[in-house]
Design a protein. Structure first.
Length: 393
C-alpha cells in the first residue's frame, strides 16, 4: 500500500533560496566594506542559513516522495484483484481520494467511462484540478484528474500516466479476450438449443408421420389377418411392421422422448426408471417445466447413467433425485454398485458434460471402488441472450 504524499508544500523552495541568498550576499558585502553588522542583520543571516537548509531538505524529501509514488503505483498495479479497481489503486498510491480516472470509449472521440462502466466527463483544468491524458502508442486511452497539491511534479504524473496506460492497455486486451470467450460460449449454447429444437421437431414429425402411418398399416393388416387367419405370410408381415414401429419408437426416444416433450423432466425420469433393467427409486422434488435444452440434457444424463449402471456397476439398485435449485434444475443419480466410474473413461457422459458446460452448467461424479457411484448434474436457467428460462419453442 502506497504512502501518500503530504498535501501541498509549506513554502516554495525557490523563493526561500532566493530570499536566503539575498540576505547572505548583503551580509557578506557589508563585511567586505567594513560596515558595522547590526544584531537584526546577524539574526536575518542565521535565519537565512536555516531556511536554505530546510529548503534543500524539503526538496530532497519531496522528490523522494514523488519517486516513491511512482514505485507504489507500479507495485500496486501488479497486486491481486482484491486490491481494488485501477482508480482505487492509483488514488491510494498518490494519496488523493478525489482522483478521477476515465477510459476512452472505443469508436468515440468524446465519450468516457469510469471503472464501473458509467459515463463520465473529464473536468476542466483548474488550479485545484490537473487533468493528464493517458496515451499508449499514440492512441489516447483515458485521463487522470487529480488535485495537484498531492503531486505537483508533472514529470512524475506523466510517468504514472504511462504506467496506468500500460495497465489500461492490458485490461483492454483481457476484456477483448473475455468478450471473445463469451461469444464462443454463447455460440456453443445456441448450437445446443438449435440441435435440441431440431430433435424435438424430428420426434414430433416421426410420431405424427411415419409411426402413425405404420400404426394404421398394422391395424389394417390385423383386420385382414382376422378375415384370413390361415395366411401365415400375412402374420409375418404384421410382425415385421410391429417390429419396425417399435424400433422407430426406440429411435425417437433416443432422439427426444415424447413423454419429455409432453410432460417435462419429472414424468420422463419416471418413465426412464420404469424401463430400466435395474430397480430404480425416484424422488421427484418438482414437476415444473424448465428450458427444453436443460430438460433434454439432464434426461440423457440420467439415461446414460442408468445404462452404465446396467452394463458395468453390478448394482442391486439405483436412485434418481430431481430438485429445483435456485440456480436451475439438478439431478442426482446414486447406485450401490462396484464404483470406480469416471467421466473420461470412455462413457457417453463425456459428450454430455460438454453439452452441460455449453449451457453454463456443471457435472460431478464421485465413485470410489466398492462404494458405488454418485453423479450430480445441474443446468442454470437459460441465459438472457438465449431467451427466458423455462421458455418452450
Amino acid at each position: 500500500m502506497g504512502v501518500p504524499l503530504l498535501k501541498g508544500r509549506l513554502f516554495d523552495e525557490r523563493d526561500v533560496k532566493g530570499a536566503a541568498e539575498t540576505v547572505i550576499v548583503n551580509e557578506n558585502l557589508a563585511r567586505i566594506l567594513g560596515t558595522p553588522i547590526a544584531i537584526d542583520a546577524l539574526l536575518a543571516y542565521e535565519v537565512a542559513l536555516v531556511a536554505m537548509g530546510l529548503a534543500i531538505v524539503t526538496e530532497i524529501l519531496w522528490r523522494a516522495a514523488a519517486t516513491g509514488v511512482l514505485t507504489n503505483v507500479v507495485v500496486d498495479l501488479g497486486g491481486s484483484a482484491e486490491a481494488g479497481t485501477l482508480r482505487d489503486r492509483l488514488a491510494r498510491a498518490v494519496g488523493d481520494p478525489t482522483l478521477l480516472l476515465g477510459y476512452a470509449v472505443e469508436g468515440s472521440d468524446d465519450a468516457w467511462i469510469d471503472d464501473a462502466g458509467s459515463p463520465i466527463q473529464p473536468p476542466a483544468p483548474t488550479p485545484d484540478r490537473t487533468v493528464t491524458p493517458i496515451a499508449v502508442g499514440g492512441r489516447e486511452l483515458g485521463f487522470v484528474a487529480h488535485d495537484p497539491a498531492f503531486l505537483a511534479d508533472p514529470r512524475v504524473m506523466a510517468s504514472i500516466a504511462a504506467a496506468v496506460g500500460l495497465a489500461i492497455s492490458n485490461s483492454a486486451t483481457q476484456a477483448e479476450i473475455r468478450r471473445r470467450v463469451a461469444e464462443v460460449d454463447a455460440s456453443r449454447e445456441r448450437l445446443v438449443h438449435a440441435g435440441d429444437a431440431q430433435c424435438r421437431q424430428l420426434e414430433s414429425a416421426l410420431e405424427t408421420g411415419a409411426i402413425a402411418r405404420l400404426g394404421r398399416v398394422e391395424d389394417a393388416l390385423r383386420e385382414a389377418a382376422r378375415i384370413r387367419p390361415e395366411d401365415r405370410r400375412l402374420a409375418e408381415v404384421i410382425g415385421d411392421v410391429e417390429s419396425t414401429r417399435e424400433g422407430l419408437r426406440a429411435f425417437v426416444r433416443g432422439v427426444y422422448p415424447g413423454v419429455l416433450r409432453a410432460g417435462g423432466l419429472a414424468p420422463a425420469i419416471a418413465d426412464l426408471a420404469g424401463r430400466s433393467t435395474v430397480p430404480v427409486e425416484t424422488a421427484l422434488g418438482t414437476r415444473r417445466r424448465f428450458d427444453p435444452a436443460a430438460e433434454s440434457t439432464l434426461y440423457f444424463v440420467c439415461a446414460e447413467a442408468l445404462a452404465n449402471v446396467s452394463k458395468h456397476a453390478r448394482a442391486r439398485g439405483a436412485r434418481i433425485q430431481l430438485a429445483d435449485r435456485d440456480d436451475g434444475p439438478e439431478v442426482t443419480i446414486v447406485d450401490d454398485g462396484v464404483g470406480g466410474a469416471a467421466i473420461d473413461r470412455g462413457s457417453g457422459l463425456r459428450g454430455l458434460l460438454d453439452r452441460i458446460e455449453a449451457l453454463g452448467g456443471s457435472m460431478s461424479i464421485e465413485s470410489r471402488p466398492g462404494h458405488g457411484t454418485t453423479l450430480v448434474a445441474r443446468v442454470p436457467p437459460r441465459r438472457p441472450q438465449g431467451g427466458p428460462a423455462g421458455a418452450h419453442e
